[in-house]
Design a binder for this molecule. Structure first.
Ligand code: BDR
Ligand code: CA
Length: 312
């Protein structure tokens, strides 16, 4: 059993990732969810995950973190995630409240109290994680690894060479990547390799509560792919969660990765050293390259079925 904290900006794919984690209680013990501004403002993304929990009937503690990046101004993502950050599904009003602890205080307290090491799954901009490591470096030893959806080996999405989560707060990403803690990077290439076919989404149409939520989320989320004429879409944030469950489904490489903070065109790029030689690697990251798509997608649908039974 792995103890995890999910740091996120929900967000359509964030919610799906959290549902996959929830479905695997025997493997993943979710100690808490921490939120960060990214896909939408901090209040909106926090409210989204509280409402989702009300809909599902769960109550994992949620702690709010930073409401803007360390240096850049906040630039939210209405094109991908809508005005609410989770446009599409109809969500109930919620009485659930955040813990009242700042995300990095929740992380500190949880790690101080933990008997076993804790794994972080970071699927939003890295502001909380970076500032946690900078503020409480003595707690690094309590971290097993930081599994990140962010960056790319060759390309970006929000920019030619930069992926949204890293681009949004590159200074924070640098704090994480240079921290010395084991980092697993699920960049855009591995996420695209696990893309769901738009036709596959239909499998969830007549399912239970979790399937219905997934289906409604996808009706908005895959609009971007439809507008571009694509037959599939990446549910980015599921990738590090499913890696925790099934690392054997993935091809990965140990690579040095540097975060570009300057650069006229490349600020926010993860500069992955893909050269085939290697002298001594100083601080290699586990870079996920590709995933067995069919197996990856089966984990998703199996998770929804499990949750449908649990929440029936
Ligand atoms: C990442 O950016 C966000 O829009 C998604 O939630 C995901 O975390 C993909 O680049
Ligand atoms: Ca996200």
């Amino acid at each position: 059993m792995r103890n995890i904290i999910i740091d996120c900006d929900p967000g359509h794919d964030d919610v799906i990732a959290i549902m996959v984690a929830m479905a695997h209680e025997e493997e993943l013990n979710i100690l808490g969810i921490t939120t960060v501004a990214g896909n939408q403002t901090l209040d909106k993304v926090t409210n989204n995950i509280l409402k989702v929990q009300t809909l599902l009937g769960t109550n994992i503690p949620v702690s709010k973190g930073y409401d803007c990046p360390i240096v850049k101004p906040l630039e939210v993502q209405p094109l991908a995630h809508g005005e609410t950050g989770l446009d599409g599904p109809e969500l109930p009003e919620t009485d659930l409240k955040p813990t009242g602890l700042h995300a990095i205080e929740f992380m500190r307290r949880t790690l101080e109290e933990a008997k076993d090491k804790v794994t972080f799954v970071c699927i939003g901009p890295l502001t909380n994680m970076g500032l946690f490591l900078k503020t409480y470096p003595h707690l690094k030893d309590k971290i097993d690894c930081i599994a990140i959806m962010g960056g790319g080996i060759y390309n970006g999405n929000i920019q030619v060479k930069a992926e949204f989560n890293v681009y949004h707060d590159p200074e924070a990403a640098k704090l994480v990547f240079d921290s010395g803690v084991k980092v697993v990077m699920a960049g855009i290439e591995v996420c695209y390799s696990g893309s769901i076919l738009l036709t596959e989404t239909e499998r969830a149409k007549d399912g239970g509560k979790a399937s219905k939520l997934f289906y409604d989320i996808m009706q908005f989320y895959q609009g971007y792919a439809i507008r571009n004429g694509w037959d599939r879409t990446a549910i980015f944030d599921m990738t590090p969660i499913i890696w925790l469950l099934h690392p054997e489904y993935y091809v990965s490489e140990e690579r040095e990765v540097h975060i570009e903070l300057n650069g006229e065109y490349c600020r926010g790029m993860t500069v992955v050293d893909t050269r085939g030689y290697s002298g001594q690697m100083v601080n290699p990251k586990t870079v996920l390259v590709s995933v067995d798509r069919e197996k990856f997608i089966e984990v998703l649908f199996d998770s929804l079925e499990r949750l449908d039974k649990r929440f029936a």
